[in-house]
Design a binder for this molecule. Structure first.
Ligand SMILES: [Zn+2]
Length: 434
């Protein structure tokens, strides 16, 4: 009797293993449903340094429709993957290399997370729900990458959680809340959809006082027990989808990918920063004044004079914001960058091309800096370039990053994207986030 039982148990055990094998096989087949495309593989891939470690997976929202988002991501090499609305996954930069997707970023005191993370862009907006197909594809892709690199659940985070801003006219200190990119991914409700069990309950950099909170709403959303109540959208459910499919007539054509201008109107208590975040001074941000005048963010010097009723239109909420601040007439650097004015990692570039470190200036020299002096906060200086020391040797992982700037002899400061890298003259200095 005992023997029979044992045999039965033995049979059940092997059957169980068999079932498990079938389940694993099914999971494998499911994974095969993840559809990849190389149509937007970035020409930048081979220029990029091989990534030494992978501790984080950073999730983004493109803040633009698929067409323009994919073209931009590919052109600049700004992500490893991009998931379109149907759930198709585009490979952009080879996953073994550095992609520029985080911009100014910090987690647990580590800066420049591009160097230790994978970046996934998802076509959509930070304040709208993604499609069910996107959540499903993202779940599969993230699981795959987590296994491959041993990234734990908590370290799959939205860009908004790790981005930070250096001092500017709105914030005198390094601050969290530079962007709201992908903020929903931090909420327990979205993490359920993504199969992520753990999450961060505090911001380690704010706790350690490396950063201050620059966006109260975001801080609340990122660490709230239940986040859905704070999200400005409802999450899709499988039920809702079938109900909708039954009742609504099928659209004749795919909805047009119209790029509607996003933004808002400046009012009392609602500044350019509240609307545009760090894109407030970007060339892609348009200010339409009540009298009809139009100015882009990079052309505005006198921020105090922006009246209520001015419309702010964001055409590109990516990382296209300029890291360079420009001194206005009669303005003291402290008004722009607070205490960072005299920091060792703040650099001033005079209109005549001279460069000086914040910590090297006396109070009188600081006050005497001329209008149109460019200011870079949180930067290291590399160089000079010589025939034997090329930019890629001076800063191997940042030499062509979107927030890296070049000072060619006798020329104004310009972003890396506007420099002909085949002929960078000797004597050029490079400013990069370190
Ligand atoms: Zn982002």
């Amino acid at each position: 009797m005992v023997e029979v039982l044992r045999k039965r148990v033995g049979w059940w055990r092997s059957a169980r293993w068999g079932l498990l094998a079938v389940a694993v096989l099914c999971a494998g087949l499911l994974r095969a449903t993840l559809s990849f495309s190389n149509a937007y593989a970035s020409p930048r891939t081979n220029e990029r340094a091989v990534r030494k470690r992978t501790d984080y997976i950073i999730l983004h929202t493109t803040e633009a429709e698929a067409g323009s988002a994919l073209r931009k991501l590919s052109r600049n090499g700004e992500a490893h993957y991009c998931v379109d609305r149907s759930g198709r996954v585009y490979r952009i930069v080879n996953r073994t290399r550095v992609a520029y997707h985080c911009g100014t970023s910090m987690w647990m005191g580590t800066r420049n997370l591009d160097e230790c993370s994978i970046g996934i862009e998802v076509v959509g907006y930070h304040d709208r729900a993604l499609t069910l197909a996107q959540y499903k594809a993202l779940r599969e892709l993230v699981t795959l990458l987590q296994k491959l690199y041993g990234v734990k659940d908590a370290n799959v985070m939205p860009h908004a959680q790790v981005a930070y801003g250096t001092p500017n006219r709105w914030h005198p200190k390094n601050h969290r809340g530079r962007k709201r990119c992908g903020m929903g991914y931090a909420t327990p409700e979205v993490r359920d959809l993504l199969g992520l069990k753990e999450r961060w309950l505090v911001d380690p950099d704010v706790k350690a006082r490396r950063l201050v909170v620059g966006d109260d709403f975001l801080a609340k959303l990122l660490y709230a027990k239940r986040g859905a109540g704070l999200l400005p959208y409802k999450l899709p459910t499988a039920k809702a989808k079938t109900a909708q499919a039954k009742s609504a007539p099928a659209p004749k054509a795919a909805p047009a990918e119209a790029e509607q201008p996003r933004g808002g109107v400046i009012a009392k208590g609602r500044s350019a920063w509240d609307i545009a975040r760090d894109a407030y001074n970007a060339a892609s941000t348009l200010y339409i004044f009540p009298d009809g005048r139009r100015l882009t963010g990079d052309k505005i010097r006198d921020w105090e004079s922006i009246v209520a009723g001015t419309r702010v239109e964001l055409s590109d909420a990516g990382d296209g914001a300029s890291a360079v601040q420009s001194l206005g007439t009669g303005q003291h650097p402290r008004q722009l960058v607070g205490d960072a004015a005299t920091a060792a990692d703040t650099w001033y570039i005079r209109p005549t091309g001279g460069r000086v470190q914040g910590s090297a200036l006396t109070a009188a020299q600081l006050a005497a800096l001329p209008a149109e002096t460019k200011i870079l906060v949180g930067y290291a200086q590399g160089g000079p370039v010589t025939s034997k020391r090329l930019p890629s040797q001076i800063c191997p992982t940042r030499w062509d990053a979107p927030d890296t700037y070049y000072l060619l002899p006798g020329r104004p400061l310009r972003p890396a994207s506007q420099v002909d890298m085949r002929r960078v003259p000797a004597g050029t200095y490079i400013f990069y986030r370190d």
